[in-house]
Design a protein around this ligand. Structure first.
Ligand SMILES: *Cc1c(COP(=O)(O)O)cnc(C)c1O
Length: 391
């Protein structure tokens, strides 16, 4: 056993004594035993002052969602994910991504409940139609674990009803808009829904002739890998082409369990991509991101997007300068496998959509030639007949 494995085993035996391997590997057991309250956090981890004081201001068990008017993001961590957390180290990346701190209560100018103006592009409840040929379909507000930087913290875990009757309005909209060829099913995490519900939902979407492409956005492989059962794969693979985008935050998530989950999905024929939010002190350095993206490639996951952190309320402590994101892309391109370099984007506040950012490799023009630097900073030129000869 590696040290991490023995630490994880110790965590499991200490806080879930008597749990069998079968229970631990059952996603229903994991969901039923999520860590949702302060006293559990306090028992399992040595809390810092910043973590401890978060309790005073609105962290609450998910089961209490109705007991407060506070729109604070609930806390939920699967026992599996909690076993990856270092109980002694409040600066650990994955710990910071799910354990709240007092910094969440600091609201800064420019922060907004709905920074991407998704409500504005919401055409029927849960359906965001922003781009010409595709829609974002939010099918649930439930997640197995709540990321403290969640873009949709305004709505997740609120126990809002996402009923099949409400979905019907979305199906009708998609049916009436024949330009929609791509439906991105997200939330919340769609893979928290039961297999039969997913089966019904995807079958319904597949019946719409002009929908040629389906995708699911999920964090399940990282926070609840045992959810990826043989039956889930059998259910989903009826609806190919179905692509899956996996939310991944830090190389500490890349466990044998996550690898097995990604293998099952890849073997099921789902092309896998990843989405990562750039987070201060969590993954905002080249080495961490390189380990994450290279590790994902070995799990057959192609890094797709790296997001600048959205300005949701209380996110200042997570946000990095944009220069940091550019530095990371510059530190990857050329230095490692091109497949390991995601698209760095800012989802524009106000609803402008995803805007790609690239380090600048173009130096200028010189007598009909484009002047560029390569990844090592060396200069090269390319003859471009469209350029003026004496620019
Ligand atoms: C991200 C997003 C999509 C999908 O964008 P792609 O660049 O095609 O992956 C679609 N709709 C909305 C509203 C989105 O935020």
């Amino acid at each position: 056993m590696t040290r991490l494995e023995s630490t994880r085993a110790a965590f499991r035996h200490r806080f879930f004594p008597g749990v069998t391997a079968r229970e631990w590997n059952d996603w229903h057991w994991q969901l039923a035993h999520r860590i949702t309250g302060y006293s559990q956090l306090d028992r399992m981890f040595r809390l810092s002052d910043d973590e401890r004081s978060a309790v005073a201001v609105g962290i609450r068990p998910e089961s209490d969602a109705d007991s407060t008017t506070e729109h604070a993001l609930p806390v939920a961590i699967t026992p599996y994910y909690a076993s990856l957390i270092n109980p002694e180290d409040p600066t650990q990346g994955i710990r910071r991504s799910v354990v709240p701190t007092i910094h969440e209560t600091a609201l800064l100018p420019g922060e907004d409940d709905d920074p991407l103006a998704e409500e504005h592009d919401t055409v029927v409840p849960g359906l965001v139609h922003r781009y010409p040929d595709r829609v974002l379909f939010l099918v649930t507000d439930n997640c197995s674990a709540y990321c403290r930087y969640c873009t949709r913290s305004r709505m997740v875990g609120q126990r809002a009803t996402f009923s099949m009757a409400q979905w019907e309005l979305a199906f009708e909209y998609i049916e009436a808009h024949t330009e929609i060829r791509d439906v991105l099913v997200s939330g919340g995490d769609p893979l928290t829904l039961p297999d039969e519900v997913l089966d019904w939902l995807l079958a319904r979407l597949r019946r719409i002739r002009h929908v040629e492409f389906l995708r699911i956005g999920t964090k399940v492989p990282a926070v609840l890998p045992m959810r990826v059962t043989a039956n889930l794969v059998r259910t989903l693979r009826k609806y190919h082409p179905l692509w899956i985008s996996i939310h991944a935050t830090h190389p500490d998530e890349l466990t044998p369990e996550m690898r097995a989950a990604c293998n099952r999905l890849a073997d099921g024929g789902f092309p896998l991509g990843s989405q990562t939010v750039l987070l201060a002190g969590i993954n905002d350095d080249v080495e961490t991101m390189k380990r994450l993206f290279q590790g994902l490639l070995t799990m057959r996951v192609r890094p797709y997007y790296m997001y600048q952190c959205d300005p949701i309320p209380g996110s200042a402590h997570f946000r990095t300068p944009v220069a940091k994101g550019l530095e990371i892309i510059r530190g990857l391109r050329g230095y490692t496998t091109g497949y390991a370099v995601p698209n760095y984007v800012i989802d524009a506040p106000g609803g402008g959509g995803k805007i790609p950012l690239l380090p600048n490799y173009v130096v200028g023009l010189d007598e009909g030639r484009l002047v560029m630097t390569n990844y090592l900073g060396k200069r090269y030129t390319y003859p471009d007949s469209s350029l003026p000869a004496d620019a």
